[in-house]
Design a protein around this ligand. Sequence first.
Ligand code: UT7
Length: 354
Amino acid sequence: MADTSSSSAHAPVQAVSGIMPPAIPVRGVRIAGTGSQLPSKVISNDLLASVVQTNDEWIQQRTGIRERRMCDRSKGESNRWLCTESLRKALAAANMKASELDLIICGTISQDMRCPSTACLVAADLGAGTAAAWDLGAACCGFVYPLNVAHDLIRVGTHKAIGIIGCDTITAILDYHNRGVCILFGDGAGAAVLVADSDPSRGCLAQVNKADGTGWTDLFQPAEEWQIPEGVDRTTTKLGCLQMNGKAVFKFAVGTFQELIAETLTKAGISAEQVDVFVCHQSNARILDAARERFGIPPEKLHVNIDRVGNTSAGSVPLVLDELMLAGKIKPGMIVMFVAFGAGLTWTSSLWRV
Ligand code: UT7
């Protein structure tokens, strides 16, 4: 018979005193402030029509976009600048200093430099001291994934205040001969500061975080020729530029967007009518319209800004959020659903009592 008198793998966990994780306090999480930044250069549909075979009517009908923004490098506008300015504004709205943050997460796939992370550069620009900082690559989910991560880190008590940024400068990686892609994207960024709150009913009520890497070939940026998957036309694929199978992504987006909303509502046990505001990724106005129709969401509950900024990838959701906050349309106690989907393929949602 085995000797069980001394401590062994069968000892009850409670007996291992002193090395148990600390009890998790129940604490609320609050969005203390938001900010956003757009570059100065306006790219109208007519301007695009002067460089590629397209026209204003086609773009507006198929996407809802009238114009988008592009960084003006001669003015020092860059991914880093957009990130820094949006978080600077979010901190000001929260009445906080960067040195009060203990983490900065930057969601982006279009960094000016791969190393160091943009989050580290932002921390340096804003004087965030030794706050942890990292980038998170999730394309159009580049704000809602970090929103969920940051929320949970504060909820469990390991962090007190986190700055999250969603930013992309996709115009820098577009092939302006490829009319199926270049008309869609613009540059932009938004940020939020999340803090612990004494009211435990505030924060995320339900979240969904998913990805399906088998769909990567529908939206990708090849750096070298060997990365181009079979079936994709090599003669028209420009290395370094974003490649998109528009039809496939459209189909994925319409279905996934609606399933995401349904799954999140089911998880939280509430109906679509109980949601006060939907803060959605702006990928194409037709995709937003389809979701609004299915769930009977009135236009005033689902803000659309794609007409003015285009699809800004990770910048999309926080730009909408900041516009709504500035307009006073998101008030404490409201139920707000964040929804995003994009390259990866990735999709995510976050339902909050703000
Ligand atoms: O952020 C997440 C990732 N992205 C998305 O969610 C985007 C999802 N996809 C889309 O939004 C749409 O697929 C696009 C807006 C990109 C394209 O719209 P579409 O209705 O799917 O157009 P299509 O690709 O089916 O093309 C229809 C026609 C084609 O001509 P033919 O073959 O019918 O003669 C295209 O060559 O429209 C032509 N076309 C254009 N014509 C004028 C494609 N792009 C353009 C253009 N201007 N820019």
